[in-house]
Design a protein around this ligand. Structure first.
Ligand code: SAH
Length: 268
């Protein structure tokens, strides 16, 4: 599909949470048709395994800081498109949910590179779902908030207002929230959220080694440490997290924390 006389096209593609069966039909087709696929580790080994070696370029975080890596990725996308290539930028989950897909789209637009956004199944919804946790529920949660846990909630200029979130009464789904779990659960408790609020950690949702660990706002840090939960994982906070217990006996794909964790992937 390469035509050096014409600028190619970049597809910002969501891979879904990791199970290849949760790729969209369009994503699957683009992985086959692309000249080159730029990816990081988040799509997971099964999906990355579908991409022929010769097409793959790993632009994941590397020593030297992720800022450098993001600039490199942006420039590489433009460079390949200007060579006339059909380029897939494959991102875990949905490309516009905490994946810097928005920044990449802005960069492409600023450099006059045609691009398309191909939505994916976000781990923010799919992670809880496969663990038996509906993010909304008529009896338990009328709203859901997706929030990054990566920030230090105690820093002065924090963009996330945990006290305000505690007051919503809805479900909180925290991405990149393994490392800072002690800090933001403390903030929520200080803001008056009940100590017995159910919390679940869903590690590597839909990957073959998926694990789920559950507790309460009061003990989830100990649960995390005991199970050795590592990124990538989703934290679900709210009454809906208790639904899992009622479904577990008949939930075919909601494995529990038991085995030890694998290699950390997204490094938060
Ligand atoms: N665009 C992605 C999110 C990227 S931010 C999406 O829509 O899913 C990276 C964070 O996503 C991780 O720290 C983790 O919180 C979450 N994540 C992505 N894939 C995951 C998976 N398979 N299981 C659990 N968490 C996942």
């Amino acid at each position: 599909m390469t035509d050096p006389d014409e600028t190619g096209r970049v597809y910002l593609v969501g891979s879904g949470p990791g199970d290849p069966d949760l790729l969209t039909v369009k994503a699957r087709r683009l992985l086959e048709d692309a000249d080159v696929v730029l990816h990081d580790k988040l799509p997971g080994p099964d999906i990355l395994g579908l991409i022929p070696e010769g097409k793959r370029e790993d632009v994941g975080k590397r020593a030297g800081g992720d800022r450098t890596s993001q600039e490199y990725t942006n420039e590489r996308l433009v460079e390949l498109a200007r060579e006339g290539k059909t380029v897939v930028r494959l991102k875990g989950g949905d490309p516009f949910v905490f994946g810097r897909g928005g920044e990449e789209a802005e960069y492409l637009a600023a450099h006059e590179v045609p691009f398309e956004v191909v939505p994916g199944v976000t781990s923010a919804v799919a992670g809880p779902a496969v663990a038996g946790i509906p993010v909304t529920h008529r009896d338990h949660a009328s709203s859901v908030t997706f929030v990054t846990g990566h920030e230090d909630p105690t820093k002065d200029e924090s963009a996330v207002d945990w006290h305000a979130l505690a007051a919503t009464g809805g479900t909180l789904v925290v991405l990149m929230g393994v490392g800072k779990l002690p800090e933001y659960t403390r903030e929520l408790r200080e803001a008056g959220m009940r100590e017995d609020t159910p919390v679940a950690l869903v590690e590597r949702a839909t990957w073959p080694d998926q694990r789920v660990a559950t507790g309460t706002l009061a003990d989830i840090v100990a649960v995390r440490d005991e199970a050795g939960i590592s990124p990538p994982a989703i934290t679900v906070i709210g009454p809906v997290a208790g639904t899992r217990e009622r479904l577990l006996a008949f939930l075919a794909n909601g494995a529990d924390a038991a085995a030890t964790g694998g290699e950390e992937v997204d490094g938060e």
